[in-house]
Design a protein around this ligand. Sequence first.
Ligand code: NDP
Length: 248
Amino acid sequence: MSQLEGKIAIVTGGSRGIGRAIALELGQRGATVVVNYNQSADAAEAVIAEIKAAGGDGMTFQCDVSDADQVATMFKDVTKAYGQLDILVNNAGVTRDNVIMMLKPDDFDTVINTNLRSAWLCSKAASRTMMKKRSGRIINISSVVGIAGNGGQTNYAASKAGLLGLTKSLAKEIAPRNVTVNAVAPGFIGTDMTSDLSDDIKETAISHIPLGRMGAPEDVAKAVAFLASDDAAYITGQVLVVDGGMVM
Ligand code: NDP
């Protein structure tokens, strides 16, 4: 299982939900994990404590990933602390759902900045180090909504579709330096993000999932760990859908 021994990973939004599961999975496979968070300091510390209790290592890093200066500082400090960076998982994300007539420009900007601008900023910072080292893995957490669309999520879908364009363009750009860039598109996953949905909405969503259940954060984390591993060395610019068959 320790196929990521000696690797340094940053997981944005690693304090809760899918990011938490990714951080734990990478830690379990031997990577040293930087758990980025914005507001949930205690939750982020708990993730690092769990990684350390299992014999791994890492640290937390507070940073609003939509802020260019904060992102620059995070990457500078992390590369100073560990001397390298091997894996970046752009996972941080938010929703501000509403029908377009009710959505405010701020709701659009917040979602685009947190979900898409952040990934561009972090990828730019990580690329510098990875291209120099001639190895690296960037994994963007998109969504099936970025592929299929979803009423009431014009802002969110635009951010997640944007991540797919970013993934493919950057994959082409930095493949010659042996850095791969892929996306994972989760379907309907049980986290804080989906916990407020009504039972009716949840039941309807599950009725469209051939495997007949919501996904768990761990289902997504295992796909990310695969793309981060040496086993995925010849895979770049791809979108791995983890949705129980919902969108196919
Ligand atoms: P959660 O709401 O459970 O967790 C969101 C995470 O993002 C938290 O750790 C939060 O940190 C972090 N975050 C939010 N804003 C920022 C910011 N500005 N800077 C740094 N970190 C930030 O969401 P999920 O785990 O469900 O979602 C994780 C990713 O997966 C998102 O990109 C989401 O769009 C995507 N996704 C989720 C699906 C689902 O069904 N749940 C389906 C498809 C995709 P903090 O609490 O510290 O602010």
